[in-house]
Design a protein around this ligand. Sequence first.
Ligand code: ZN
Length: 389
Amino acid sequence: MTAEPHGGDLVDRVQEQPDDADDLPSIEIDRRTYLDLEMIAVGGYSPLEGFMTQDSFNRVVAEARLADGSPWGVPVTLTTDNAPSEEPHALTYDGEPVGRVDVEETWSKDAEAWSEGVYGTTELAHPGVEHVHGHGDHHVGGDVELYTSTPEAGYERLTTPKESRREFRERQWDSVVGFQTRNPPHRAHEYIQKTALENHDGLFVHPLVGTTKDSDVDAAVRMHAYEALLDEYYAGGRVALGTLKAPMRYAGPREALFHAVVRQNYGCTAFVVGRDHAGVGDYYGSYEAQDYLREFEDELDVDPLYFEYAFYCHSCDGMATAKTCPHPDDSHVNPSGTYIRRTAREGGDVSPKLMRPEVWEIVRSQLESQSEQEAGANARTGGATGGAS
Ligand SMILES: [Zn+2]
């Protein structure tokens, strides 16, 4: 059996666009809010049926719980420059109605309390805090409907909980472990995924392809890299590749809880939480997200699987963690994003012990074309960004 949706029922707020959608007063939303709208409507955020009202918002910020007490990691909120009237509004994207919100309540934003509660910091250098400050002074709470999904980019798979649950049922998986990622896969990811797969029926690789930081690798590239990896190195009947069209929040511990709940809604019975899950910079301790999730795990229908930092060990001649390898740090190599980018820039090769050649080829050519584009842009601007060598 797949996991129960959080709160018991899978929310479905997808509707045909009514003829009078254009007649309502409207609220224009940005891409990130649109992604949240879609996630609510397809049930990815069950039991939410709309943007949070103040009771849930405040309780989530203060103690990571909805108004009814159930665990919930991060606010899902609509913010606007002016407080709209409390009546149904069309939600427009690029001026076109894509859904609707029945405005139930509006209240003023308290950016400091929101930042401190959810991100544990009020520093604007944190991308989550920056977002909190950047988008309107008023919260708008109320139930939603979705008429039109966000545009497909061509690499989406199993984007809704309905689709993933159907897939798991057809494959007769009783236990499914979900894996969140926003990076191209290297051997440490593979090691953790396959370790989890040893005692679960299926693996649901579920990259987040919503809005991420500019420095995260392009979603299409990550998907192609995963396809190449899964084709060559995984038992086909035991792994499904999906996409999560949700914005990345970089809320560390809070987002680990949120990610686990969302994967429960997608039908996963277990969820991998690694080192510095959903972290950014050095705002969170390496295992802070894991410790945080432990406080809530008894209340979830998804089992968090806690993994240590994995690396390649020359002495072990294989992937390992501190739990399995006795050798000193200088025997260990980790194919970090920084290491991968530097190697590509220097025209080097990443060892197949760190990254599969099929994956490396895709990542390398992407990074190469990216730096060619940057070089071209620098040439056109006279090297104004300092890349004139
Ligand atoms: Zn070792």
